[in-house]
Design a protein around this ligand. Sequence first.
Ligand code: CO8
Length: 373
Amino acid sequence: MHKVVISGTGLFTPPHAVGNEQLVAAFNQYAAHFNAEQAEAIAAGEVEPLAASSAEFIEKASGIRQRFLMDAAGVLDPARMAPRLPERGNEALSLQAEMALAAAREALAQAGRLAEDVDLVIAACSNLPRPYPALAIEVQRALGIQGYAFDMNVACSSATFGIHSAVNAIQCGQARAVLMVNPEICSAHLNFRDRDSHFIFGDACTAVLLERADLAASANVYEVLGTRLATAFSNNIRNNFGFLNRCDESGIGRPDKLFHQQGRKVFKEVCPMVGEHIVAHLEQLAIRPDDVRCFWLHQANLAMNQLIARRVLGREAGPDEAPVILDRYGNTSSAGSIIAFHLHKDRLRTNDVGVICSFGAGYSVGSVVLKQA
Ligand code: CO8
């Protein structure tokens, strides 16, 4: 079997940074309007009034200070509270492909690779622009890559599951190099009218180039020592949007067609699952947790990451050991752990070991153990 390395990563950051205060101001305006409109029903006890959101709560509960959005104006308009992203014609490049190209070009350049060196494109993210033709095939054509391409969705774990698939393809000799992209427009499936979750997500796109170690052009590469995946069904993070929605019109427009979750339950159930997963993966590779130089964890909640690191290490992790990017980016679903890796992979020195780990809806957990070559 061929050895596999990560030889390049890329990041596309959307144009609009939106702070908690701005988001809360829009929500509170919407809530005040709703309460005024529903005053009679609220007084009669028929409708629950909407409580105000608070920037202080958001930072304390999640660690998030701001997020980047593909369109801020639509989200911050209390009469709309959804991004305005006009549909493009069939001949135009789709928005997610555009994001993917920007991140992909950076990853290819970093690896010193051209389109002709790549045999497989994987688009892995928590929502795709359409069922078909695959977004990955659109990206493949736009970059002029031969070979094959496919889409996959494992929510927040899409990128690590994508890396796993890429590693398999390279190890088996089906591809020399694989480009994996994660274009996340979380703002388009987030309910900005829901106080419990309106602050959680941001938009971003990451790209990872994986190659056969013996063919890599760059000397600055990260050998993949192993990947490990796990899933366990849960309804605690759910989105009921789908192609069957139009077959039962009574449900169209209900908030369950957007992201919704039982945040507390997710926190309680996912942290132990992830801690045990990482420990078991390291054990399998005969690596002691203390010998891991850096954990690039999924970026959903600061306290969650601190707890997971504590479970793995048996002590507090330093900011250097588990870098945080969610304060600036929010939760960018599958892109989160890859943004942390992209921005902080230089924390490894030769022969140092690091772990990328994602977790989220499904439930799903994916870990990738790397060694700086
Ligand atoms: N402002 C002020 N107060 C608030 C707000 C707000 N915005 N929201 C809630 N409160 C109040 C509540 O009403 C509650 O009040 P009370 O105590 O009086 O009942 C109090 O604050 C505490 O509420 P919670 O218990 O809900 O607050 P938590 O401390 O649990 O924090 C979090 C909420 C931050 C959501 C936290 O539970 C969390 O982060 N949990 C983990 C969630 C997680 O990791 N989810 C991962 C989902 S991501 C994923 O898998 C990908 C899905 C695909 C992408 C989707 C893209 C859209």
